[in-house]
Design a protein around this ligand. Structure first.
Ligand code: ACO
Length: 385
């Protein structure tokens, strides 16, 4: 607790709902400028990086602190290559999960298993090698699970592939086309980090107890899964499929809002202007996705923004990153239930960078709660209750 906070009595401590506006950590990794609709990674505006820097360059930027020189990038890419393989026992664990297991649950289990299955790799003092050892295996765990749940054998990664290529190759078993891996690569750079979002906060809380990086990222996967955070894009796909055609947009959205439902892919805790990632993804979807699907997405977005503005005036509800993620990820042939797991492939880098940053300057994260229960109850032995 800061000295200023320590000077306040418990009842005077601020308690914003959902910790809104609370600064929970200092970070030099990324920041969301909500009023301006800007996202910055280590000093670079996301518009500078998107479509120009590869996901590997962005990962190096976050983990190491600067954009890599060519020789650094080659060495780094080779290191990622060396770390993509899964222990056979991890594949056995994935095989034992029911085929209908949501891929986020399989990812959580698969990543958690890597702690004991890669002995000597992870300890309680995480470093960059550990971050690489874990993040490089996210695509492999997901692809292996996707294949075994569809009755196919996992495919070993191929060296020389970047992360987007490796993921698609391990999923589908053929050389990915540039029109698929390129948009995926850009998507991954857009989603790599995002200030003190809920899953990153979860990872930092776990790291702050001096727990290990595998535990921190396993917890973060659990936090990302919910629809108020990373779980929305497949629900966006469901929404668009249910709407089905342009004629149905208005009545579907009106009925959903009349029921009090939230429209998936809209609104954000921090952005009070358009999410810059949504703007970039919209343009990617315009070229990468099926024209009819893009048209439906665009019409739905236009009408949703108008209705939200009418019904929640002053709330500043805009399109968030998840809305056009659905069109972009569908265009690269990923099934809807792999959308959020694919988000976590990107965010594994941000989470691990935050774990390292937390560990480098750690203090246990332990906030206070406001107690609202009674304090004067007397014990009754079990037979007298
Ligand atoms: N649809 C309808 N109404 C909405 C939406 C939405 N998508 N988002 C916010 N609102 C309304 C709320 O009902 C509330 O109205 P009220 O005050 O009249 O009751 C007001 O706007 C403020 O909402 P809060 O819940 O206080 O906003 P909060 O900052 O807590 O939530 C969140 C942000 C969770 C993203 C929210 O906008 C939401 O539920 N969106 C839909 C789910 C979604 O798209 N999730 C992905 C988020 S992006 C990411 O994490 C990567």
């Amino acid at each position: 607790m800061s000295n200023a906070a320590a000077a306040l009595t418990e009842t005077e401590l601020p308690k914003p709902s959902g910790l809104e506006g609370v600064i929970a950590a200092s970070t030099a990794l990324s920041h969301v400028y909500g009023e301006e609709g800007r996202l910055v990674y280590r000093g670079y505006d996301i518009h500078e990086l998107a479509g120009q820097a590869t996901f590997e360059e962005v990962a190096f930027l976050l983990w190491v602190g600067h954009l890599p020189a060519a020789s650094e990038l080659a060495e780094f890419s080779a290191k990622l290559d060396e770390n993509r393989g899964l222990p056979e026992e991890a594949v056995t664990i994935l095989r034992q999960l029911p085929a209908e297991t949501p891929p986020m649950d399989a990812l959580r289990t698969g990543i958690s298993s890597l702690g004991p299955l890669l002995p000597g790799v992870f300890n309680e003092d995480p470093d960059q090698d550990e971050a690489i050892a874990l993040a490089a295996r996210f695509p492999s765990v997901l692809a292996a699970f996707h294949r075994v749940r569809s009755g196919q054998d996992p495919i070993a990664h191929k060296s020389g592939h970047n992360t987007a290529q490796s993921y698609l190759y391990q999923l589908f078993g053929n050389e990915p086309e540039e029109r698929h891996w390129k948009p995926l690569d850009t998507y991954l750079t857009l989603l790599t980090d995002h200030g003190m979002n809920a899953s990153t906060f979860a990872a930092r809380v776990i790291a702050s107890t001096q727990s290990d990086i595998v535990s921190a990222l396993t917890g973060a996967i659990g936090a990302l899964k919910g629809p108020l955070h990373g779980g929305a894009p497949s629900l966006v796909l469901d929404m668009l499929n249910e709407i089905g055609g342009a004629d149905n947009v208005d009545s579907w959205l009106t009925a959903a809002l009349d029921r009090g439902d939230r429209l998936m892919g809209f609104g954000h805790r921090v952005y009070k202007a358009e999410d810059p990632r949504a703007e970039i993804l919209r343009e990617m979807a315009r070229t990468a996705s099926d024209p009819d699907f893009f048209e439906l997405s665009f019409k739905t977005e236009e009408r949703a923004l108008a209705l939200l503005n009418e019904r929640k005036p002053g709330r500043k509800l805009y399109t968030n990153v998840e809305f056009y993620s659905a069109a972009v990820l569908a265009a690269v042939r990923l099934p809807g239930d792999m959308f959020t797991p694919t988000f976590s492939v990107a965010r594994s880098v941000g989470w691990s960078a935050h774990v390292l940053e937390q560990a480098a300057n750690n203090r246990l994260i332990r906030p206070q709660s406001e107690f609202v229960g009674p304090t004067d109850k007397m014990f009754e032995p079990v037979g007298r209750r």
